[in-house]
Ligand binder design. Sequence first.
Ligand code: GUN
Length: 294
Amino acid sequence: MTAKIIDGVAIARQVRVGIAARAAMLKSHDVLPALTMIVVGDNRASAIYVRNKVRACGEVGIKSDVIRLTADETEESLLSRIRLLNEDPGVHGILVQLPLPPHISVRRVLGTIAMSKDVDGFHLYNVGGLVIGETVFPPCTPYGVHKILEHEGIDLEGKNVTVVGMSNIVGKPLALMLMQREATVAICHAKTRDLAQYTILADILVVAAGQPKLIVAPMVRTGAIVIDVGINFLPGGKLTGDVDFEGVRRKASRITPVPGGVGPMTVTMLLENTVAAAERATGFRPAAESLFPV
Ligand code: GUN
């Protein structure tokens, strides 16, 4: 078997057409959807991600601003900046790029962003909302993975899904989302003994562990759908995922590549959340509506 390669770029392009149309509708009512991003310190990966987000915003008609701060920015000063943005009616979405320097509490920073502008979906309200289906902004990467599965017409009900990786921003929220769609979800992580006994059961295998070639063909069930969320920079700068793509594509039925799989969808869902925030702030959408209801 040779897997169909899921084209995340093409899916993202299609979803962005709809987002651009909504942004244009808002603009025709004198509302310019706007996202402000804050970057603290010098991080090579952050610089690349933020550059991609700025470009994507421009392509769909979202105004973006980047506030770049030096690594010695104090926590209090950063929180004050966020509070000002919370009050600014011209800003619909606020994103603080992670990681932050160690002297700044991520929890305090994320908790300070107004819930109504938390387009990353990292505020405790949004995180907790995933448990009961009241999330206003689903976190972008798991939301993107879910959108890919939806776009591919994959019914999740009763499917065995194994999620490898239990980060707060990918593995855990994704597991909750898939459970809401009535999948049977197993979550594996760095301490899981005999990872293969879980991965081999998966109809759908999602890998977000941050380890190149963690998943090799013998660990994958024939015909499985494999979604690779990994972003790893090899020595020399080449970008690669967590899955041995060449080996696994001969066993899976569908697989996402890296780059060109989940990455473009993560940015797309940030655009989706930002336009939704602008629609809510201006009465074009109910303020408390969940984007990911049970
Ligand atoms: N750093 C890595 N991924 C993300 C993300 O999705 N959002 C933010 N804010 N920072 C990140």
